[in-house]
Design a protein around this ligand. Structure first.
Ligand code: PLP
Length: 502
């Protein structure tokens, strides 16, 4: 019988085409060197969507397909030290090696080894990745301050699924929604969830998916009228933190109306400004009102390893669940999020029997092993010291830029907690509308010149000033190679861009 020509797309049973895999891999990724060495973060060529892309009648030669792929990948933005745009994390190279190795073995991380106090009840054959996952979860528990022997959690595709998982458990534990897991929400009273106006829209999505309804999400403002008028008068940076009294007022109001609040979700490292919202007062309010406290530390969780930010990230270890995304400040490639529960018993509420595996307690079914191994490698190769140094450099850079912007007459619009600075380009006569336009123009000019890549935030924390959104130029530091000298070069670029924009 004729052997299929497609067999060469797979490893031979005797491994005889293994060498060609290695050679192909090396040849394929060698384009990265030249691509990487171009200092601009923005490639000249733009990739075009190919509307006529077809499933071919017969498979095309893999060498040709890879050549086409390389030509397209060369047009991707570069994650070099000049890329200062919104959340472009450069992955730790050893995590990429782990990802590649495990992807070749392609284990399905669907089942989860059951354990009681970290001792196994059942061990199953394919245990390598579940073990790596458990070890990584324990290390993440150490980072956020949970007791590693009592906490549980798992690796998910990202912050969105992590939030969905934590909120699902909060919903199922709610006294007001008894038996919701089996009976659903029909006929039950609506319940509320509280968060801030600066939180990520993934929470709204989760409200919808869980049947709680987006309208039952109460978003607490992060600015007061006085702060806005001070900002308008003298550009005093906004703290962007919800006050305890705002939360308490809303909780009180809901209680009076007989509406149960099932969860409160503060953010440690908000998406636009990387602000650390206080968790401490919410722990006290939880004791009084009895909600589940879920901390969205998808971005800022790793910063708890550093002394300065840790002073602001207080009491997160008292929460019921924490979201922490290694594919953000953990320097692990996408997709790699994580959800942690202070009490492992909470995770058990998600458990399903799997007829073909061990019981699973994840929303996702089949799960990749690669990101788990990549996470384990990231945690082991960086350790506490590595994360402190790398994350510390990003924060230092943000503080340095904040200072330099002020010296140049521009206005950082918020207090800088972590690695992001959102700012207004200087303009003494601009109303908010004109200021927003100027900001966007400056950002475009900088990106057009191509030496740096930055972003623009259309609306910070739903704040309106004179009826207009508060938009700002967004600079974010994720690459530890970005130096003060480079920031000085950025300031020079800003001067030129500003001259062209006004
Ligand atoms: C604070 C925060 N939470 C949640 C998310 C959602 O995470 P993901 O995009 O990984 O689903 C983000 C994403 O930017 C975020 O910044």
């Amino acid at each position: 019988m004729r052997k299929s020509k497609y067999l060469r797309l797979f490893l031979n049973p005797d491994g005889s085409n293994f060498d060609s895999l290695i050679v192909n891999l090396r040849d394929s990724i060698s384009y990265l060197k030249e691509w990487w060495e171009v200092p601009s973060p923005i490639p000249k060529d733009v990739d075009e969507f190919r509307e006529d892309s077809q499933l071919p009648e017969a498979g095309e030669p893999p060498e040709q397909v890879l050549t086409d792929l390389i030509a397209r990948l060369k047009k991707c933005r570069r994650l070099n030290d000049r890329n200062l745009s919104f959340m472009d994390p450069i992955p730790n190279i050893y995590t990429l090696i782990a990802l590649c190795m495990v992807s070749l073995q392609n284990p399905n991380n669907a089942g989860k080894v059951k354990r009681v106090n970290r001792k196994r009840e059942a061990v199953f054959q394919y245990e390598v990745v579940p073990n790596l996952e458990e070890e990584s979860i324990m290390m993440l528990a150490d980072i956020v301050g949970y007791d590693r022997h009592k906490a549980g959690g798992h690796v998910v595709s990202g912050g969105t699924v992590a939030i969905l998982t934590a909120l699902m458990i909060a919903r199922d534990k709610s006294e007001s929604l008894k038996d919701v897991r089996k009976e659903g929400l029909f006929g039950k009273k609506s319940v509320k969830v509280l968060t801030s106006k600066a939180s990520h829209f993934a929470i709204r999505k989760a409200m919808r998916i869980l049947g709680l309804g987006e309208n039952n999400l109460i978003e607490v403002p992060v600015v007061t009228d006085e702060q806005i008028s001070e900002f308008k008068k003298s550009h005093t940076p906004l703290p962007l933190r919800p006050t305890d009294s705002e939360y308490e007022e809303k909780l009180e109001k809901c209680e009076k109306m007989g509406e149960a609040i099932i969860a409160v979700i503060p953010t440690v490292g908000t998406t636009a400004t990387r602000t650390i919202e206080p968790v401490e007062p919410l722990v006290k309010l939880r004791n009084k009102y009895g909600f589940q406290l879920i901390v969205d530390a998808a971005f800022g969780g790793f910063a708890r390893l550093l002394d300065e930010p840790a002073k602001k990230i207080k009491d997160i270890e008292e929460s019921n669940a924490i979201i922490i995304d290694p594919h953000k400040w953990g320097y692990v490639p996408y997709p790699c999020g994580a959800v942690l529960f202070r009490d492992y018993e909470d995770l058990k509420l998600l458990e399903y029997e799997v007829p073909y595996y061990e019981p699973a307690s994840t929303i996702e079914g089949s799960r990749p092993g690669g990101p788990v191994a990549a996470l384990w490698v990231a945690l082991k190769t960086l350790g506490k010291e590595g994360y402190k140094e790398i994350i510390g450099k990003c924060i230092e850079n943000a503080k340095y830029l904040e200072k330099r912007l002020r010296e140049e007459g521009h206005y950082p619009v918020h207090e800088v907690d972590l690695n992001a600075v959102n700012f207004d380009a200087k303009c003494s006569t601009c109303n908010r509308r004109k200021q927003n336009k100027l900001n966007e123009k400056v950002k475009e000019e900088i990106n057009k010149r191509g030496k740096f890549r930055i972003s623009f935030m259309k609306e910070l924390a739903s704040i309106k000033i004179d009826g207009e959104p508060l938009s700002a130029i967004h600079v974010e530091f994720m690459n530890p190679y970005t130096s003060e000298e480079l920031i000085e070069e950025f300031i020079d670029e800003l001067k030129l861009a500003y001259r062209n924009a006004v």
